[in-house]
Design a protein around this ligand. Structure first.
Ligand SMILES: NC(=O)c1ccc[n+]([C@@H]2O[C@H](COP(=O)([O-])OP(=O)(O)OC[C@H]3O[C@@H](n4cnc5c(N)ncnc54)[C@H](O)[C@@H]3O)[C@@H](O)[C@H]2O)c1
Length: 324
């Protein structure tokens, strides 16, 4: 079983939301941590508390050959860098998103095959799953139908990433862990306007004092949410446990409707706006929940450390520090 202490662990996208929490985890594990990021979305503020504990390499992983230099000398590679945005971003941009992410994938996997680290983790997404699958999604095979419609280009990029990672792993003899996170959120989110993800968008609407607060779709659509600190903890444990038996969903079965989410936010922030649903806006599939059977088989000691109320409270803090 790999012991991360005294090893060198690289995190691509390590200045981003999940990557920066993973940097915390790996520093805690006693690893020397290399953060590789182009800061297109991730921020130096996200890793400022690790000053002196992480080696920061500012690199655009889309540039051919860049990953070989950036990942040289590392024992474990946690690959998280990608163009990742909310559903409002995808329309009309699916091809562009696919091409950006493909360039990153090819460069990082080229480096993995060349440098042969001890182990690599690649970060896929629940967007690989089709919209017409079961409400509670187990780790389905990749190529049944189209990926999630609202994130088609991104979903295809993640399907290709998984497939290419498996082939690179076979070619280079490097064990690979593949993860498919569901909806991950947290207070290190970088605001990107209308392209932002659902929770930051809703927090901003409530905290800006919108009245009514307009919810996209029926408001009854149900999702499962996990804090980025817990996603990072799972990534660390999967690699520590040497897990390589197929892709693992990172998400829980329990869901909350978007309306319930906004009501919770309003309660925590002591705001009392009317809530209006705009059914002309996309809401995606009605229920999307993760079957966590494989996750708990792989990491039996996992228990979430940040509940939804606590996490949303932190997001209210995020709003205050980001916009005031
Ligand atoms: N947050 C979620 O809900 C979620 C769900 C499923 C999958 N994921 C995946 O998890 C990973 C991390 O997501 P996140 O939420 O932390 O997103 P994020 O945008 O906060 O982090 C991605 C990081 O990659 C960096 N990056 C982007 N392009 C780069 C490039 N060309 N070179 C170097 N760095 C680059 C960004 O600056 C950012 O720091 C991504 O692969 C994402 O697709 C996230």
């Amino acid at each position: 079983m790999p012991d991360l202490a005294s090893t060198t662990c690289a995190i691509t996208g390590g200045a981003g939301l999940i990557g920066s929490f993973l940097a915390d985890q790996l520093v805690d594990a006693g690893a020397d941590v290399v953060v590789v990021d182009d800061f297109s979305k991730g921020t130096r503020a996200n890793i400022a508390h690790l000053d002196g504990k992480v080696d920061v390499r500012e690199v655009d992983l889309e540039v051919m050959g860049s990953a070989r230099a950036a990942l040289a000398g590392t024992d474990f590679v946690f690959h998280l860098a990608s163009r990742a945005y909310g559903v409002g971003h995808g329309a009309g941009r699916h091809g562009e998103i696919l091409r950006h992410n493909e360039r990153i994938t090819d460069n990082v996997l080229d480096a993995v095959v060349t440098l042969r680290p001890q182990h690599v983790l690649v970060t896929s997404s629940s967007c690989v799953y089709p919209d017409d699958g079961p409400d509670t999604v187990p780790e389905l095979p990749l190529f049944s139908g189209e990926p999630e419609a609202a994130n088609r280009g991104y979903g295809w990029a993640k399907r290709f990433l998984e497939q290419k990672a498996v082939l690179a792993s076979e070619e280079a003899g490097v064990p690979v862990t593949i993860v498919r996170p569901f909806n991950i959120y947290g207070e290190r989110y970088a605001w990107v306007g209308e392209s932002s993800q659902a929770i930051p968008m809703l927090v901003k609407k409530v905290m800006d004092g919108n009245d009514p607060v307009i919810i996209w779709g029926s408001g009854e659509q149900r999702r499962t949410y996990l804090h980025a600190a817990d996603c990072a903890l799972i990534m660390r444990r999967l690699v520590e446990l040497g897990y390589t038996d197929g892709p693992v969903n990172i998400g829980l079965e329990e869901t909350v409707s978007v309306r319930e989410l906004v009501e919770t936010l309003c309660r925590l922030a002591d705001r009392h706006p009317a809530l209006t649903c705009d059914r002309s806006k996309p809401e995606g599939r009605f229920v999307k929940s993760s079957d966590p059977t494989r996750l708990f088989e792989a990491v039996p000691d996992f228990a979430p450390t940040v509940g939804l109320d606590d996490g949303l409270d932190r997001m209210i803090g995020w709003y205050r520090s980001t916009f005031s």
